[in-house]
Design a protein around this ligand. Structure first.
Ligand SMILES: [Zn+2]
Ligand SMILES: [Zn+2]
Length: 194
């Protein structure tokens, strides 16, 4: 595993700027991998684990950068919960850990680097050095990973009987005896203009 500083530098390049989210995200991802026994996430163990993120904010880019997991490879899942947390799952051993960034860390940051006046700069520095139990809550969890969520060929492709879009990976729903895509069944985020 590369060092914290090396990983932070990489994630900062990918993300486009250094920010508290990069520091939190890199530390969170390193702990997550450690706790599920992954030390070569981009090499020999790249297919052995899977990450679920619960927010689409700065730290998510750092988690992606450190773990090498991406949406396109299906090794990263995004759940739109708005919670600064991520779960790391070892697919070989079923070990899983959910890590949440503690809200209290913002206040605790004052005790570190008190010489820095700017609150944001203070947090940025403090998050590098604060002990992990002050920054994070770590929970052992059990996660059922559906077969349809795993990388590899889609298990199924079916056509929506209403809009005729094709649906992969068992995401279709049955409603009143009809096979539908989720937008047709539960509403869509867009409106067709023509
Ligand atoms: Zn950022
Ligand atoms: Zn449809």
């Amino acid at each position: 595993m590369e060092s914290f500083e090396q990983l932070l530098e990489k994630s900062t390049t990918v993300h486009g700027h250094i920010c508290a989210g990069q520091v939190i995200g890199v530390r969170l991802a390193m702990i997550g991998l450690r706790e599920i026994g992954i030390d070569d996430p981009r090499g020999s163990q790249r297919k052995d684990f899977y990450v679920v993120v619960e927010i689409d904010r700065c730290a998510t880019d750092a988690i992606q950068s450190v773990t090498g997991c991406t949406l396109g490879k299906r090794s990263l899942k995004w759940l739109d919960y708005g919670i600064m947390a991520a779960t790391f799952i070892n697919l070989k051993t079923s070990q899983a850990v959910r890590i949440t960034a503690r809200e209290e860390a913002r206040e605790l940051a004052r005790h570190y680097c008190p010489e820095i006046e700017d609150r944001y700069q203070q947090q940025l520095q403090a998050y590098r050095v604060m002990p992990e139990e002050e920054l994070f809550t770590i929970q052992r969890v059990a996660v059922e990973v559906p077969a349809a969520d795993l990388p590899g060929k889609p298990l199924r492709r079916v056509q929506c009987q209403q809009c005729h879009d094709w649906v992969q990976d068992c995401r279709e729903v049955e409603q009143n005896g009809k096979i539908l895509c989720r937008p047709c069944a539960t509403g869509r985020y867009y409106r067709i203009i023509e």
